[in-house]
Design a protein around this ligand. Structure first.
Ligand code: MN
Length: 268
């Protein structure tokens, strides 16, 4: 099954990374890519807020990357897959899948600003015996030389929050409303990573590590619509959607709508 309105051409490529081997609490995100594709069938191609349709944007759905169960193997497999991808739209999988995608983009563009919507800082140096855990992904991305903009973070260790406050390459935005103005001052290519636990568990219960006190989909989309039109967006991902924990489907449906609205906002 392909994502709604996918075609055989275009420089934008959707692909899934069905990997959740480092998930510490409740796995299931490996079923995210196919779940989001299934629920995309229930979406309209047309976004009334943007007055744009997916039929007017050429994008492919390349299916899922074949990933081994080791995090190091996953990183290699996704990096290899990225060689044939110009503009990635990635459906996870757990958050660790973001690392090899951003690494490939940094190799290509030299400098990338990563905007992270998430409940968790993901800045641990090591977790459960691996440095490629989903709890370490933003620490690894910092090591690539990226600037990091964190939005919605409300969970982490004291050390992670101290790093957030002291690092010159991390900007922590307390309010969603500050994001458009902040990104208006950025000159580098930008990559967006949306961990679905950024949203309040009331709106997105189908995720492995829910964290109360999050944002609503309406607040998120209103900010996306206000982003500067000249922003050089080189890709995005939606991660941590776990279909086994999402019997009503609303989290997968939210993931599908994020994919549609971000494609239409950035490249429509
Ligand atoms: Mn998270």
């Amino acid at each position: 099954m392909e994502f709604l309105c996918a075609s055989s051409e275009g420089r934008i490529s959707i692909f899934g990374v069905p990997f959740d081997a480092t998930t510490c609490f409740r796995p299931g995100a490996r079923f995210g890519p196919d779940g989001v594709r299934f629920f995309s069938e229930n979406l309209e191609d047309y976004s009334p807020e943007l007055d744009r349709s997916l039929f007017n944007v050429a994008f492919k759905d390349l299916g899922n990357v074949e990933v081994p169960s080791s995090p190091e193997g996953m990183v290699k497999a996704v990096e290899l897959f990225m060689e044939d991808v110009e503009v990635p739209v990635v459906i996870g999988g757990e958050h660790s899948v973001t690392y090899p995608v951003v690494k490939s983009l940094v190799d290509r563009y030299g400098e990338v600003t990563v905007v992270q919507f998430d409940a968790h800082a993901d800045l641990r140096d090591e977790y459960t015996g691996t440095r490629f855990s989903h709890a370490c992904v933003m620490r690894r991305i910092l090591e690539l030389g990226c600037s990091l903009v964190q939005v919605g973070i409300r969970s982490g260790t004291r050390e992670e929050f101290e790093l957030m406050r002291s690092s010159e390459r991390i900007t922590y935005l307390r309010s969603l409303r500050e994001l458009p103005e902040f990104l208006g001052r950025i000159n580098t290519p930008v990559y967006f990573t949306v961990d679905v636990d950024f949203f309040d568990p009331a709106f997105a219960p189908g995720t492995g590590t829910p964290e109360p006190g999050g944002f609503s989909p309406l607040e998120f989309f209103e900010v996306i619509y206000k982003l500067p039109p000249a922003l050089d967006v080189v890709g995005f991902d939606v991660v941590e959607i776990s279909p086994p924990l999402d019997p009503s489907g609303i989290t997968q449906m939210l993931g599908a709508k994020i994919v549609r609205e971000l494609i239409l906002s950035f490249w429509g």
